[in-house]
Design a binder for this molecule. Structure first.
Ligand SMILES: *Cc1c(COP(=O)(O)O)cnc(C)c1O
Length: 371
C-alpha cells in the first residue's frame, strides 16, 4: 500500500447515505437547497463569522472576491502559494505584484509590502500558507493607511484560531477551499467570508448568474453555486472536525519528535495562534538533499509532495519580479504525508526512511575521505 501526501477524510458511509436518501425524497439537488442553507448556517456558527456563502470551489471564491471588491490594476500577492492565488488575479484582468516571503513563516513579508505599492495598487491578496496566520495586524494597518483592500486566501486556514477567534474573520473577504485534499472538505467546494453585508449581497447575486429575482438581473454573474450532495458531505464532516484536528496535531507532534536533531527546518507558526496542523512542510538545507530524500521515500512507496514549487514568480504569465527568498526556499520544501488514517507507525517509518537517506549522505562523504 502506498502512502500519499494526503487522503480525503471520509465520514461513516451510513451518515452520508442518510443525507442522500433525504435528497432523493425531496427531489431537490441544487440552487440553494436546504442542505446548502444548513451548511452555511452551521459553518457561520462554528467559525463565528458574520456572513459566509458556500461556493463551488476555492478558485471561484477568490475570483468572486476580486470582482466583488471591484479591484483594478495591481494586486500585491505572495509567490509562495497555490497557483490559483496568482491565476485568479490574472483571470480577473489584474496584475499580480509579487512581494517576497519571510523564510521562517513562509508567509508574505509585511515589511516589504509598502515599497511595492504604486498608484495602480488596489489590494493585497495574501495566503495563510499551510494554515499559518499572516501578520494580519501589520497587513491590516498598511491597507488602512494606503487605502487598499485585503483578501486572504484562507484555503488552508480552516480550524486555525488567532487571538482566540477563527483566522477567517480577517480581511475584507477571506476565501476558503473545501476541496477533498483540504482538512475540512465538501469533495469540491469553497466559501467566501466577510463581515460587510453589502459585499455579501453582491457575492450572493454574483454566485447565481447575477439574478436578483427570477426575471431581474443586477450585476454580471457567474455560476458559483454548489450542490446538495456536496453540502451533505460538509455536514457529515463538520461533525468530525475536532477529531480531525486532534489526529493531525498528534501526528505532527510525532513527526517533530522523530525528526528532531536532523538538519531540517519547520515552519515558524505565529504567536497567539492555535494552529490547525493542515500540512507538514519540512525545509531541507538544499534541493539536492530534498531530491535524494524524495527518491528514497518514493522507492518505498511513500509519496510526499513539493508544495509550493516552483515559486509563482516564475509563472509564464507573470512579469519577472525579484523574490529571492521565495526562489531560494520553494525548491527546499517538502510536505510530508498527513491525513486522518495515517498511523503513528507510518510516521515512524517515514521518519526512519528520511533519517537513513540523510545518514547515507554522511557515509558517502566518509567514503570519499582518505583514511
Ligand atoms: C486548494 C487551494 C486553492 C484552490 O481551491 P480549489 O477549491 O481547489 O479551487 C486556492 N488557494 C490555495 C492556497 C489552495 O491551497
Amino acid at each position: 500500500m502506498s502512502i500519499t501526501v494526503t487522503k480525503p477524510f471520509l465520514p461513516p458511509y451510513s451518515e452520508y447515505q442518510a443525507y442522500i436518501r433525504a435528497i432523493w425524497e425531496r427531489e431537490r439537488l441544487t440552487n440553494n437547497g436546504p442542505l446548502v442553507n444548513d451548511l452555511e448556517l452551521k459553518l457561520k456558527e462554528h467559525l463565528a463569522v458574520d456572513h459566509l456563502l458556500f461556493v463551488c470551489n476555492g478558485t471561484t471564491a477568490i475570483q468572486m472576491a476580486i470582482r466583488a471588491l471591484d479591484l483594478r490594476g495591481e494586486i500585491i500577492t505572495t509567490p509562495f502559494s497555490h497557483v490559483a492565488t496568482t491565476a485568479s488575479i490574472v483571470w480577473q484582468n489584474c496584475q499580480p505584484v509579487m512581494v517576497d516571503i519571510c523564510p521562517k513563516t513562509l508567509n508574505i513579508d509585511p515589511n516589504k509590502i509598502e515599497q511595492a505599492i504604486t498608484r495602480q495598487t488596489s489590494a493585497i491578496l495574501a495566503t495563510h500558507v499551510f494554515g499559518n496566520p499572516c501578520d494580519v495586524e501589520s497587513i491590516g494597518a498598511i491597507a488602512k493607511r494606503r487605502g487598499l483592500r485585503v483578501i486572504y486566501d484562507a484555503a488552508h486556514a480552516f480550524g486555525t484560531q488567532h487571538q482566540g477567534r477563527s483566522l477567517l474573520v480577517h480581511g475584507d473577504i477571506a476565501t476558503c477551499s473545501f476541496h477533498a485534499t483540504k482538512l475540512f472538505h465538501t469533495i469540491e467546494g469553497g466559501a467566501v467570508i466577510t463581515s460587510d453585508v453589502e459585499l455579501m449581497k453582491r457575492m450572493a447575486i454574483m454566485r447565481n448568474f447575477g439574478h436578483v429575482s427570477a426575471t431581474e438581473f443586477g450585476d454580471v454573474g457567474t455560476n458559483g453555486k454548489n450542490s446538495e450532495m456536496h453540502a451533505a458531505m460538509g455536514l457529515c464532516n463538520l461533525r468530525y472536525i475536532q477529531p480531525i484536528l486532534d489526529v493531525r496535531r498528534r501526528l505532527s507532534e510525532r513527526y517533530a519528535a522523530r525528526l528532531a536533531g536532523l538538519p531540517v527546518g519547520f515552519q515558524e507558526i505565529a504567536a497567539h495562534a492555535q494552529y490547525n496542523y493542515a500540512y507538514l512542510p519540512v525545509i531541507f538545507e538544499d534541493e539536492a538533499v530534498l531530491l535524494k530524500t524524495l527518491d528514497q521515500l518514493n522507492s518505498n512507496s511513500v509519496h510526499p509532495r513539493r508544495c509550493f514549487y516552483p515559486s509563482l514568480s516564475k509563472l509564464p504569465y507573470v512579469t519577472r519580479q525579484s523574490t529571492p527568498i521565495a526562489d531560494q526556499v520553494s525548491p527546499r520544501v517538502l510536505c510530508l504525508p498527513l491525513y486522518h488514517t495515517l498511523s503513528l507507525e507510518d510516521v515512524d517509518m517515514i521518519c526512519e526512511l528520511i533519517k537513513r537517506s540523510m545518514q547515507k549522505n554522511g557515509s558517502d562523504r566518509e567514503c570519499d575521505s582518505p583514511h
